[in-house]
Design a protein around this ligand. Sequence first.
Ligand SMILES: Cc1cc2nc3c(=O)[nH]c(=O)nc-3n(C[C@H](O)[C@H](O)[C@H](O)COP(=O)(O)O)c2cc1C
Length: 365
Amino acid sequence: MTEATIHPMRGPNAFKLGVFSMNADGGLTLTKVPERWPATWPELMRMAQYADSAGYEFLLPIARWKGFGGEMNSREWSFETLTLASALAAVTQRIAVFSTVHVPMVHPVLAAKALATIDHVSGGRAGLNIVCGWNPEEFDLFGLSLIEDRYGQGLEWFEIVERLYTSEEPFDYDGKYYQLKGVSGKPRPVQRPRPVTLNAAFSAPGRDFAARAADYLFTTFTEIENGREPIEDMRRRSAETGRDVGVFTTCHVVCRPTRAEAEDYYESYAVQYEDSASVDKYMGAKAKHSQSHSEDAYRLHRKRFAGGGGTYPLVGTPQDIAAEMVRMHEVGFAGTTLSFVNYLDELPYFTESVLPHLREAGLRG
Ligand SMILES: Cc1cc2nc3c(=O)[nH]c(=O)nc-3n(C[C@H](O)[C@H](O)[C@H](O)COP(=O)(O)O)c2cc1C
């Protein structure tokens, strides 16, 4: 890809699709079924190459440093996302390769150089997903404390990355969280002024941060109709900063030829085979330390947490799932990520059976 080529996130499809959390064992699930995603490199590479050739827009890893306990300790096995994106860039052709970067754990000067490296390896297909963090066990692992003002630190972090990419001269930075001297670095990324940026968040401060620093908010919703709220809210907040910030969301998928087959499998892996202690731990920690889901989600949707980390379930026939995606597009989402119990087993069926309906609906070419 050359500098003049459009980044996949800015391509023509009206509803963009990415694959999320394929770098971690279990994907987004907290299940014990034997076919759960192992996230080994050979399988991950094959899945990425498949998604690339099938025309999906992006690969988005999860950033995790600790597992969630229970029998499987899901996500303890997860590949680091900057080094992974560089490897995926080298084995794919068209798809965007995102890195999900924790502001408090990764120094902005390191992040900027790593991201520029990925952008060169990929010919301008890098993406940055900024996460400010929520899990105290992960902060403990780095000897850090979770701070109230996480987005204040995020803004300084982002400003340093942007200035590194744009400043003609080495600069000093004297902020609340970073005091740096003589900051400079080359190469600059292929994308100017910086790679496409998402901010994964739900709360009002998270949305304000996205309005100032991101191209897209990456967020959850509980019911499709309620999706209008973050989209309109984001429109208002980004209008105030004079920017246009779209909204991506995230879903887990069980797509089968009949509704009964899909629902039976969902019930099996997310209820009968849920990894109960890890679901308890994950839901408890998320409810206490993050606002990444609405309060209803914790009260009503345990199955969604076991089934896909609390994301929205797309469970049914190809027609059912395509119809839900059309509604998601109608409420204003720019696209969604997909996750599966086993990406390599399930993504091809999704491609062959759901994408034609989305083409017919005019959502994808
Ligand atoms: C869709 C989505 C994806 C997220 N992905 C990650 C992730 O990969 N790693 C992580 O530590 N936090 C992740 N988060 C958590 C956020 O970065 C943030 O810490 C959390 O949502 C709490 O902040 P908030 O209340 O502003 O949303 C994600 C949040 C959302 C909504």
